[in-house]
Design a binder for this molecule. Structure first.
Ligand code: SF4
Length: 391
């Protein structure tokens, strides 16, 4: 049975048809970056919906929460009000009609009445109808790693769902980067013609899914790319599992590697290694989960399991340790050893703010601004290195 993808999966769903539930499914740990995003999202939801004041919402964020400093810093005056907070849309592919099935429902679309066999679903952080009759859909971002709004199928889908729910013929959609005090907007307008093209693409996607599902052919037509990162079918994907299977033989066959590497085949080798790295990173994560539950015996005297790291000396009194260096050597040697990092400075400021009941974000910003003014910190260009970058 077809299960149409949600808006957040549309980029992958359109690029790689078999990833839409035709292979195995599993979930992925969102990690700390997501935890920070979740805190900020909850904070913004509480304040922008008017259910809490800024101070009340801040009281709900633990002092040690990694998103706390960001919540304190965001200039709420710059953000829109009056819309719906975290509306969940369902858009019927046949009738072209949209509806709101709830607010802040996570991924629980079916439990709120969505029929995923015929409805595309998706949640926006903020959506509404502007005074000029255009629908607006905004997505808060706490990192910079997102692509441009104009390239996002998630925003395109949500723009269509919102427009057809709220009775608009065009939509403004975009990312709002809430990393610093001043939010940065990356907006794009979808006019009537563009909304029509999105509607046609989503209808075609459902037809392609139905055709593939009805086909007796094995699922091999996967298309790899950046969209693989959060693919729920990663572990069962023929491209990834085939790559893992081939790694051993390929590396055996190609040893010694340097002998086979020439300027003529360098591009192919780089692309192959990048694929290996992506797959290896993801497979290590999967293996960590398996090994944490039950040790994996490698059969050669080694075992992958939960084990304590190597013990190492930890400096518990930096001043005293530096004093020892000065006693044995000299002051110049001691000064040379006095190094720190921007993160360490920010963490120290954060710890002080928590201990002294001061705003974390403002304290960190004050320290960093003073450090820049006094030239204690300065921007330095990154060192040249050979890397893979956009041409
Ligand atoms: S991991 Fe495989 S199935 Fe998933 S998007 Fe990538 S190529 Fe497609």
């Amino acid at each position: 049975m077809i299960r149409l993808p949600s808006a957040s999966s549309l980029d992958r769903a359109i690029e790689c048809l078999p990833s839409n539930g035709l292979l195995g499914v599993e979930s992925i740990d969102p990690g700390e970056a997501a935890a920070k995003g979740t805190t900020v999202h909850a904070f913004l939801a509480a304040v922008l919906s008017g259910s809490k004041t800024r101070d009340e919402a801040l009281e709900d964020v633990a002092l040690e929460d990694p998103g706390r400093a960001l919540c304190e810093a965001i200039d709420l005056e710059q953000l829109p009000t009056g819309g719906q907070i975290e509306p969940a849309f369902a858009w019927d592919v046949a009738t072209g009609k949209g509806r709101i099935i709830g607010h802040d429902i996570g991924r629980d679309y079916e439990a709120h009445g969505a029929d995923r066999s015929r409805e595309f679903v998706g949640s926006a952080d903020f959506a509404g109808l502007r005074a000029d009759g255009k629908a607006i859909v905004l997505d808060w971002k706490t990192g910079w790693g997102t692509g441009k709004a104009k390239d996002s199928w998630q925003l395109r889908g949500l723009g269509l769902f919102a427009a057809e729910t709220l009775g608009a013929t065009s939509a403004i959609v975009g990312h709002v980067y809430v990393r610093d005090e001043k939010p940065v907007f990356d907006l794009v307008e979808l006019d009537e013609m563009e909304l029509g093209a999105i509607r046609a693409e989503l209808r075609a996607l459902r037809s392609r899914m139905a055709a593939l599902m009805a086909s007796a052919e094995p699922v091999t037509l996967v298309r790899e790319g950046a969209h693989c990162t959060y693919c729920p079918a990663f572990k069962s994907c023929p491209a990834k599992t085939g790559l893992v299977r081939s790694m051993h033989t390929d590396l055996d066959v190609r040893e010694p590697f340097a002998g086979a590497l020439t300027p003529a085949n360098a591009a192919e080798v780089v692309k192959t290694l990048l694929r290996f790295e992506d797959v290896a990173k993801r497979m290590w994560k999967e293996l960590e989960v398996i090994a944490a539950e039950a040790p994996i015996d490698l059969g050669d005297g080694r075992v992958m399991k939960l084990a304590p790291g190597r013990s190492a000396d930890a400096i518990v009194n930096a001043g005293a340790a530096l004093g020892c260096l000065e006693s044995v050597c000299d002051t110049q040697t001691m000064n040379a050893a006095m190094t720190t990092t921007k993160t360490a400075i920010e963490e120290a400021a954060r710890a002080w703010a928590v201990a002294n009941d001061k705003p974390i974000g403002k304290t960190q910003a004050a320290v960093m601004n003073l450090a820049r003014e006094t030239k204690a910190i300065e921007k330095r260009p990154g060192a040249m290195s050979v890397r893979v970058v956009k041409s």
